[in-house]
Design a protein around this ligand. Structure first.
Ligand code: BGC
Length: 566
């Protein structure tokens, strides 16, 4: 085994128990970031080769989406072994090297933990199938007899989040529950071995120097599956107030209290952020409690339209909420599950398009028709600057710093997302083609078989327009989205201070949103179409594409954000 890398070993990182409160965290979807061995799949060596890029970008931490051995039935969220690295992605020694390189560059590392389910290739599931009904091995999962005269009907009519039935029949006739894909059997969180094994996994990565964890579908682990099971219609009508049989049950916090004790075994304590699509900021606060995971994603901005009043309400509510709980606010505009925000903001308003009980993500994809790409990018840059001026931590998704649009032109046969394959076009969400369009490997160069992603073709096809939005193309252009993010992240470091924001009531109103941060900082967003006068002060950064950053600006154009100091 290679030597574990601890953060304290790294000269660039000062131990700090509060680092996560104001951090800019960059999500890497490992299979689509950089491919060093030319097999079309991104890998750890590829990420290592791009550490200088990450350092120059100016982020504080990387969140790695799953890199564990997996059949990729759900992009790696079907985990065969949570304490190893997929051989196509690398080795544990390379993981240690990546962690060391990041830490040397002053960047912390967060890994994804997937507790609701394992993959169907996990040793436990194979044992469960081999051991047969009534065996102890089956107790770690959720297996039931079917309904009907010969048990030929599933135990209930529930649908999986990705569409199709939530139960799958095994050879001897029992059925297992899978909230997500068939290859993702749900674990039984009432089983002490399941609980203990996750503690082992957390320690395994924490011992290797990992700074924190992103917890996948944190609100689904604990379930009430007492008979008779409710019908799908009954489930849908039940409030998600802590008593719902499947989602956000109050008892799940006992699990996270146990995780908290594991985090506190380390100095500084390891951190966590919950992915919990729950009914309200109040319900979310339970996951963000200091006695639990400590922080939770707030997807409110991501689910909102580009609207000044909505933004203001969301920001005010979430800051108040985090002040009450002692956590810090989190802001997210894009991730690997949703339509990239540059495209989202170019689509007709989102209102009413929330999909899918339980997961409620916006199924990605969408037709070219009806997308105003220019407006989408303009708004995306404005929203990103607004996000980066807010107190709390910002979670960025790889490629958003390039202003990437969703890739819609993926032939059906090449799509990988189970959400595409398990649903019919009619029930696929608003125009859902699945989430592959947001997971297309990044363009690094203008040319090359996969635009610098690797030597060979990428595992998902890249469109020709990637050439012009590649890192190489944008590095040369001071008004590019990449240049804007780099400047913004550098300036954001100066913003670190108390989690405070004061609305500037004189400037705010109608389509305009303006707030001050300590130290004379002013952030103004114009959500309307018409320009407004630029407030007094030194203009630090303006989001409008094509604007010469060196030229004086007297007006703030429509769909734009400016940062000023006075
Ligand atoms: C992840 C998804 C994944 C699902 C099941 C989510 O919330 O972000 O990508 O498909 O959990 O693991």
């Amino acid at each position: 085994m290679s030597t574990p890398t601890h953060r304290a070993d790294s000269p660039a990182l000062v131990p700090d128990a509060d680092w996560w409160r104001e951090a800019t965290v960059y999500q890497i979807y490992p299979r689509s970031f950089a491919d060093a061995n030319g097999d079309g799949i991104g890998d750890l060596r590829g990420i290592i080769s791009r550490v200088p890029y990450l350092a120059e970008l100016g982020i504080d931490a990387v969140w790695l989406s799953p890199f564990y051995p997996s059949a990729l039935a759900d992009g790696g969220y079907d985990v065969d072994d949570p304490r190893d690295v997929d051989p196509r992605i690398g080795t544990l020694a390379e993981f240690d090297e990546l962690s060391a390189r990041l830490h040397e560059a002053g960047i912390r590392l967060i890994v994804d933990i997937v507790p609701n389910h394992s993959s169907d290739r996990h040793v436990w599931f194979r044992e469960a199938l081999a051991a047969g009904r009534g065996s102890a091995a089956r107790e770690r999962y959720i297996l039931r007899e079917g309904r009907g005269e010969h048990g030929e009907l599933p135990p209930s009519d529930w649908e999986s989040v990705f569409g199709g039935p939530a139960w799958e029949r095994v050879e001897d006739g029992q059925w297992y529950l899978h909230t997500f894909a068939t290859e993702q059997p749900d674990l039984n969180w009432d089983h002490p071995e399941v609980r203990e094994d996750y503690h082992r996994t957390l320690r395994f990565w924490a011992d290797r120097g990992v700074d924190g964890f992103r917890v996948d579908v944190a609100h689904s682990l604990v379930k009430d599956l007492s008979e008779p099971l409710p019908s799908a219609a009954e489930l849908a009508a039940m409030p998600q107030d802590g008593t719902h049989p499947l989602w956000d049950r109050d008892e799940v916090h006992e699990v996270y209290a146990g995780w908290r004790s594991v985090f506190e075994e380390y100095t500084p304590p390891r951190t966590a952020v919950a992915e919990a699509w729950v009914a309200s900021p109040e319900r979310r606060a339970r996951y963000a409690s200091p006695a639990g995971l400590g922080q939770a994603f707030n997807f409110d901005l991501l689910e909102a339209d580009f609207d000044a009043a909505d933004f203001r309400r969301i920001i005010t509510d979430n800051l108040a909420q985090s002040a009450r709980t002692g956590s810090s606010s989190t802001w997210v505009l894009s991730n690997h599950d949703v339509v990239r925000h540059a495209t989202r903001y170019g689509l007709p308003p989102l209102a009413g398009r929330r999909e899918k009980q339980g997961a409620s993500w916006l199924v990605a994809g969408g037709p070219e028709e009806g997308i105003d790409r220019e407006l989408g990018l303009r708004r995306a840059r404005a929203a990103s600057l607004l996000e980066l001026a807010l107190p709390g931590s910002a979670y960025l998704y790889q490629g958003e710093e390039l202003g990437l649009h969703e890739v819609a032109e993926i032939p059906d046969a090449e799509r990988q997302d189970p959400a595409f394959w398990r649903t019919t076009p009619e029930d696929r969400g608003f125009d859902g083609l699945g989430r592959d369009g947001t997971r297309v490997p990044l363009p690094w160069t203008r040319e090359g078989s996969s635009y610098g992603f690797g030597e060979g073709p990428a595992h998902l096809p890249q469109p020709e327009w990637f050439a012009d939005v590649s890192v190489e193309a944008q590095e040369e252009d001071p008004s590019s989205t990449l240049s804007m993010y780099r400047r913004a992240l550098r300036l954001r470091r100066e913003l670190e201070g108390p989690e405070e924001l004061t609305w500037d009531e004189e400037l705010s109103g109608g389509d305009v949103l303006a707030f001050e941060r300590p130290g004379g900082w002013l952030c103004v967003t114009n959500c309307g179409e018409q320009p407004v006068a630029m407030p007094a002060g030194e203009v630090l950064l303006v989001s409008t594409p094509g604007l010469d950053p060196a030229a004086p600006v007297t007006e703030l154009p429509g769909s734009s954000t400016a940062w000023l100091r006075h």
